[in-house]
Design a protein around this ligand. Structure first.
Ligand code: ZN
Length: 349
């Protein structure tokens, strides 16, 4: 091969390479802008208008601003609906501050809808929340579940996730994240994995706790909770409200006491309401319980048993794993850090 044919050959190769590259770019531009519902999701999104609104919301969520300075985990979310003949797209994003506290994506977007269009629109017109994510599979935290329950028509609310890598869209029902206390199985006292005197002691302790707490704003759903640890200690707390609306939850309260004593592993928690009523366990409190139960899991212990008492000798029994489906905890995000933490703290007792 002489020099000329080498140069010609090189030129042809270069042109061919440029053509391939140009083709690839065109292909990429087309696929990157196109969302596609996965098979299971098509059954939940049958109307074309809703599907287009979902895709428009995902496009907006992709550009939503966030400030997750601690975790660097972006929650970019949006919703879309028709209002006065026009499509409205509203976005939300998570922000974090110095201690592990944050404004979450779900509360952010729903609050934006309310701020722009009022609470009736949030309840009536928001049919889905669409998340733009690197990987789909997560659900809302307990607190965001409480907020969605309170502000939306949650029984028909859809939970949408658009995966950035392949543009597939997964749709589930928000209701799949909800387990009403009525559906916690009712059990006889003898079936509860506690000695009769342990159960009696916890019920008494939870009822005494309920007589305390602060209920200046809480009406009709005040509860007390008591827990027994593997170390044999009892902790208890009641709900307490305040003027800034930073409610302190009973399960969260007793867990904080146990952990202050470096007593990280709990066997059972009993929750009690007014005599004769079944207690409500908020999803935020379930999140605290789930986190603590994941400590048990990390240490190879049984999950915490969650027991509801109606004060008349009747019980419902479940676990936080069942009461908060598809939940997340530090055990999922940072398993090694959690193991090291528990080894260096719980071991001191
Ligand atoms: Zn949340």
């Amino acid at each position: 091969m002489n020099r000329l044919s080498m140069r010609l050959g090189g030129g042809i190769f270069l042109v061919a390479a440029m053509l391939v590259l140009a083709g690839w770019w065109t292909l990429r531009a087309e696929t990157s802008s196109k969302w596609k519902l996965n098979k299971e999701s098509e059954a939940l999104v049958t109307d074309a208008k809703l599907r287009d609104e979902i895709f428009d919301a995902l496009g907006a969520a992709e550009k939503a601003g966030t400030d997750p300075r601690l975790t660097h985990f972006n929650v970019r979310v949006a919703t879309a609906f028709e209002k006065e003949g026009k499509e409205r797209v509203v976005v939300g994003g998570n922000t974090e501050y110095e201690i592990p506290e944050g404004i979450h994506g779900e509360t952010s977007v729903l609050n934006h809808v309310t701020a722009l269009y009022g609470p009736e629109t949030t309840r009536r017109d928001v049919r889905f929340l669409a998340f733009f994510a690197t990987q789909c599979g997560a659900s809302s935290c307990g607190d965001c579940r409480d907020y969605q329950l309170a502000t939306t028509d949650y029984e028909r609310l859809l939970f949408v996730c658009g995966q950035s890598s392949d543009r597939t869209v997964k749709v589930t029902r928000f209701a799949d994240q909800i387990v009403c206390e009525r559906n916690f199985p009712e059990v006889e006292a003898g079936k509860i994995p506690l000695a009769p005197e342990e159960l009696r002691g916890l019920v008494k302790s939870a009822e005494e706790a309920r007589r305390g707490g602060v209920t200046l704003f809480t009406k009709g759903r005040h509860t007390g909770a008591a827990a027994l640890s593997f170390a044999g200690k009892t902790y208890r707390a009641a709900g307490a409200d305040d003027a800034a609306f930073h409610y302190r939850y009973p399960i969260g309260g007793l867990l904080q006491q146990a952990m202050t004593e470096r007593d990280y592993f709990l066997r059972a928690i009993v929750v009690s309401a007014e005599n004769g009523d079944w207690p409500v366990v908020n999803y935020r409190d379930r999140q605290y319980g789930y986190e603590a139960s994941s400590f048990n899991r990390a240490a190879g212990k049984a999950p915490i048993v969650l027991i509801l008492s109606n004060g008349r000798g009747q019980y419902r029994m479940t676990t936080f794993e069942s009461a908060l489906p598809n939940a997340f905890s530090t055990a999922d995000f940072m398993p090694e850090a959690l193991k090291n933490f528990l080894a260096s703290h719980a071991g001191e007792k």
